[in-house]
Design a protein around this ligand. Structure first.
Ligand SMILES: [Zn+2]
Length: 427
């Protein structure tokens, strides 16, 4: 009887732990031979690192340190899919001594951070990575500290199950990691992933305990900590508790657009459409202006001339809030130029409101890229008076204003810009 009972418990545990296999990212469908050679390279590099470690008691600073003693053939450091013959995709990973295709995670730029991270994630973590086989999902071929080869997302921290053999190992390692290193810098990633995984394997009680533990470590005046808590509650579908949390946060952090945005989503899920809309507008006041007349501004352009919307009345205007440091803004520039060139003679114009802080850099950029339309620049970045007047809290924010001065949209960009402009001109 006793034996059967014990067996029952064992079987029960087995059933509990019979988790589904982890869905690892698909290897890219390209030259299989390349991937084969790259895999072999990584394994040889792994052995060389071990030999180096045995001799020096520590990891090498760069992969080139392995050559020639521990790695005689330097071609092993080149991935056949690397068209440049020895260049990792992230420049911070560029080996200073010789051509190397691989990103070495313990190079001096990352060593401190990665060493900390390893305390949480253990030896399943990537040590050497090849980004040269990337497809649209940007998968990476990895060699782990424990010499395992696997594919993962570029930012595996969002889906740490990719680096372990199965979900059971993932959960056990992550749970032990935050238990032993409660102050680790990377713990928030682990809290989020672990909550999601507990829910996935139907261990709601463990998720519950985890949230309670997180609440104890949370710094009450740190908004990001609260956002992480809210993401955890969201994974558990606890919208009522989320609402309580954000009602308090709204008092504590008034006028924070992130708080407003989350409140809008909570109310939307709770079926409070009106409140959801109210908070959407609070998060982005421009929404309330759509279809209404845009209040005028008055400023001076880069040439020292007064500029206002009034001067442009009767034209379709793109009021473009942008900055050179804003990647998506710069990426959009050729599109804006194309539309400007096509429709400028039909009554379309652009006004740039630059949130840059360095006038010389701005002038150089405008000259080099032959941007012909006028620019408003105060040098105060986010505090620029025109940006503040219109509650701009993120860029790119291209407002499209109709001939009659009403706002058509606060996001006129990409493929839709030309269509919207042509449409507005025909009215
Ligand atoms: Zn490769």
């Amino acid at each position: 009887m006793k034996v059967i009972l014990t067996l029952g418990i064992v079987l029960g545990l087995l059933v509990n732990f019979a988790y589904a296999e982890v869905a690892t990212p698909e290897p890219p469908e390209q030259n299989e031979k390349n991937i084969e050679v790259c895999t072999e390279n990584l394994l040889v590099i792994g052995k060389a690192i071990q030999a180096y470690q045995k001799e020096h008691g520590d990891f090498p600073a760069w992969l080139s340190d392995l050559h020639p003693k521990h790695l005689t053939d330097e071609n092993v450091l080149i991935c056949p899919a690397d068209k440049e013959g020895g260049k990792p995709i992230f420049t911070q990973s560029t080996d200073p001594e010789m051509p190397v295709s691989y990103s070495y995670e313990l190079n001096p730029n990352y060593r401190e951070a990665k060493t900390e991270q390893r305390k949480l994630y253990g030896d399943a973590m990537p040590l050497v990575r090849c980004r040269h086989h990337a497809n649209e999902e940007f998968t990476v071929l990895n060699l782990s500290f424990s010499s395992r080869i696997y594919w993962s997302s570029s930012v595996w921290e969002y889906k740490p199950e990719e680096i372990y053999a199965n979900l059971e190992e993932t959960i056990a390692t992550l749970a032990a990691g935050i238990q032993e290193h409660p102050d680790n810098e990377d713990r928030t990633y682990v809290y989020l992933a672990l909550t999601r995984l507990y829910m996935q394997v139907e261990r709601a009680e463990d998720a519950e305990n985890l949230i309670n533990r997180y609440k104890e470590t949370l710094k009450p005046d740190n908004l990001r900590d609260h956002f992480v808590l809210s993401d955890m509650l969201r994974m558990m579908n606890r919208d009522e508790e989320l609402l309580q949390l954000f009602t308090k946060l709204e008092e504590q952090f008034p006028e924070n657009s992130g708080v407003f945005r989350r409140l809008a989503k909570i109310h939307e899920r709770l079926g409070n459409a009106e409140l959801a809309n109210e908070y959407r507008i609070k998060a982005n006041p421009a929404l309330a202006l759509i279809g209404k007349t845009v209040p005028d501004f008055s400023a001076t352009d880069l040439d020292g001339n007064p500029i206002s919307l009034e001067q442009y009345r009767g034209k379709v205007i793109l009021l473009d809030f942008w900055a050179i440091w804003c990647g998506p803004c710069i990426a959009e520039m050729p599109n804006v130029k194309k539309v400007y060139d096509t429709y400028k003679d039909e009554g379309f114009d652009v006004i740039g409101i630059s949130l840059d802080t360095d006038e010389d850099i701005l002038r150089d950029y405008l000259k080099e890229n032959e941007i012909p339309w006028r620019q408003v620049f105060s040098g105060e970045g986010w505090k620029s008076p025109v940006a503040r007047q219109y509650y701009i809290n993120s860029i790119p924010t291209p407002w499209l204003i109709a001939k009659d001065g009403t706002l058509i949209t606060h996001q006129a960009r990409g493929d839709t810009l030309e269509r919207l402009v042509a449409d507005a001109l025909s009215r």
